[in-house]
Design a protein around this ligand. Sequence first.
Ligand code: PAF
Length: 293
Amino acid sequence: MEIINRRQRMGSVARKIRRDQDRTIGLVPTMGALHEGHLSLVREARRMCDVVVVSVFVNPTQFGPSEDYEHYPRDLTKDTALLTDYNVDYIFAPAAEEIYPKDFCTYVNVGGLSKPLEGATRPGHFRGVATVVAILLNTVRPDFAFFGQKDAQQAVVIKRMVRDLAFETEIVVLPTVREDSGLAISSRNLYLNAEEQESAAVIHRGLKQAKELYKKGERHAAKIEEIVRTTIESEPRARVDYVSVVDAESLERLEKLDERPLLIAVAAYVGKTRLIDNVLLNKVKKDAPASKG
Ligand code: PAF
C-alpha cells in the first residue's frame, strides 16, 4: 500500500493503471476517522475492482462556519493500519492546499437537490461535497466510486452531478451499516456518551415504524412523518430537527404517497449531537454492477 499526498502523483499513478495495465479502479472517498460503514465500502470496492484507492481528506469547503472543521477527528496512522488489513492499494491523503490552491475559485453547485433536508440547515455543504468529489473523480478517474446510503442526499447529489457533467465513473451506493441496536454507524457517534448511544437507537425504531405503516397502506406523508417524530421524541434525550418523506430521486417533498421510490429522511439531536438517518421505500431492485474488465 502506498500513501500518496500529491494530486499530480495520484493522477499519474491512476493513469498508468488504466492505460498500461488495463485494470479497473475503485475509489472510496472518505474524510478519515474510518469505521465499519467505510470498511463495508472498501470491501465492496475490493470485490469489484482490480485496484482500490481510498481518499482521506477532511474537506474544508463542506463545513459551515459554526461546524467544527478544526476539531474533526484526524488520525491517518490509525486509518492506514485499518486499511492495511483490507488490502487497499493506495491511500490518497492530500493536504488542503493540494486540493484547494490559493487562487481556487471553481465550485460545483448541484441546483435544487442541494437545498432541502440537510441543505436547509447546512447551506453550502453540498456545494463543498460536490466540488471535492468532482476533484477526486477527475484526479483518480475511477471506474467505480463508493458511497453509503446513510448520507442519502449526498448520494443523490453526487449521482446527479456525475450524470449532468458526464463523468465516466459509476456511482455505487451501499446500504447503511448499523449497530446491533439499529443505530446507523457514523463518525458523529464518537460524540455520544454510552447513554446517548442507547437513546439514539430510537431514530431507527421510528423509521422502522414508518416503514411498517406504509406497508400497511398509509399514504399520507404527514401521518408517516408524525409516527417517526413521536417515536423519536418519546425518548427524552432526543429531539427531531426534521422528518420528511420525499421522492427518492428529486428529493421533492410529497403529501400523498404512491408506489414510486421514496425516502424518509430524519435529522435528530441526541443530547448535543445531530444525527441523520433514512429509510428507502419501493427501492428499485438493481443487481450490483458487475466488475468491469
Ligand atoms: O461522506 C463523506 O465522508 C464526505 O462527504 C466525502 C464524500 C468524502 C466528501 O468529502
